[in-house]
Write a protein that binds this ligand. Structure first.
Ligand SMILES: C[S@@+](CC[C@H](N)C(=O)[O-])C[C@H]1O[C@@H](n2cnc3c(N)ncnc32)[C@H](O)[C@@H]1O
Length: 312
């Protein structure tokens, strides 16, 4: 009874009542309470201490901050006081300011989530691969403006980025320079006939370039030729689609590939151990990607292999 009377007396102070109502909505730190009720920090601290001594609120510590939260539950003797505080007329517009503060908190939260999205952390994880992988000499077939090239450069020993488009190579070079990458060489050439030494590379990456070329067979054959024994090719391609507009707008020659047919083409170029990784199924895009990886097991092609086998 005495506790209840003292608590009622303490809430005779309007600022204290306002603070209790705010803390009743969400936990707050001292600076937040100051910004909401607009009184000096010393006064706010005094009120918080008083409310705490009455067991109406409690302190929660998190990340170096002290927060104040409601210490009373519905079943407690003091709960009617909390109800009283909640039902008191909001003459100062405290609740509107509290909503703004909660929205700002959500913004910071989503900003924190963004920091973990592709971008910073993925780039670092990508660099971490360089400590796990052997020193790889990679050729990026059809590098375009170099978005993928610079990612490969984070974990490869060196990257030769090939494209027939001088304007795309200009942008790719600028990007590599901006990122101060010293392990990328750019090459203006045709993927069907590359000025690269036979058996000189560890990995060929062909990302969304095959659907641009007249002869995917010839390009895969070139990939096989320039790889060392035990070298690998990785192809990222689109599954068959009906988006005809990409022929004129984006200069696609092929409207995607059937993954299994492309596997056969890869094998015909001389590769073995072909593995297929389909894209997740829930994408709403008409463009579904898949990934194919295969091995150049030895330096002579099978008799059944087609393509520019004579050059190997
Ligand atoms: C869609 S972009 C791929 C960009 C990059 N690989 C990626 O995944 O972000 C295709 C690129 O292949 C290049 N390309 C198409 N046919 C080519 C060929 N025969 N020789 C060299 N580059 C070619 C185009 O110029 C274009 O820059």
């Amino acid at each position: 009874m005495e506790q209840l009377t003292e608590a009622f007396r303490a809430l005779g102070d309007q600022t204290r009542l306002r603070i209790l109502r705010l803390v009743g909505e969400t936990r707050l730190n001292v600076s937040e309470v100051v910004s909401l009720v607009g009184v000096a920090q010393s006064s706010v601290s005094h009120h918080l201490t008083k409310l705490k001594s009455l067991n109406l609120i409690r302190e929660d510590r998190q990340g170096g901050f002290t927060y104040y939260a409601l210490a009373v539950e519905k079943k407690d003797l003091l709960w009617p006081l909390i109800q009283l505080a909640k039902e008191t007329e909001d003459l100062h517009g405290d609740l509107a300011r509290l909503t703004e503060l909660q929205n700002r908190r959500e913004d910071v939260q989503s900003l924190n989530e963004k920091l973990l999205e592709p971008g910073q952390s993925w780039a670092l994880w990508s660099s971490a691969l360089s400590t796990l992988l052997p020193p790889l000499q990679v050729v990026d077939f059809g590098c375009g403006t170099g978005k993928l090239t610079v990612e490969i450069a984070r974990w490869a020993k060196s990257v030769t980025a090939v494209d027939r488009s001088a304007s795309s190579l200009l942008k790719a070079r600028a990007e590599a320079k901006r990122l101060q990458l010293s392990n990328v060489t750019f090459l203006e050439a045709d993927l069907e006939n590359l000025p690269l030494e036979t058996g000189s590379q560890d990995l060929v990456v062909i990302s969304q370039s095959l659907h641009h070329v007249a002869s995917p067979e010839a390009v895969l054959s070139e990939a096989w030729r320039i790889l060392k024994a035990n070298g690998r090719v990785v192809v990222l391609e689109l599954a068959p689609h009906d988006e005809q507009w990409v022929r004129t707008r984006l200069k696609h020659v092929h409207l995607g590939f059937d993954p299994h047919s492309l596997m056969d083409t890869v094998k015909s170029a001389g590769f073995t151990d072909a593995q297929l990784m389909p894209a997740p199924r829930d994408s709403a895009s008409p463009f579904k990607a898949f990934l194919l990886s295969a091995l150049k097991a030895k330096t002579t092609r099978n008799n059944s292999s087609k393509g520019s086998a004579l050059r190997a």
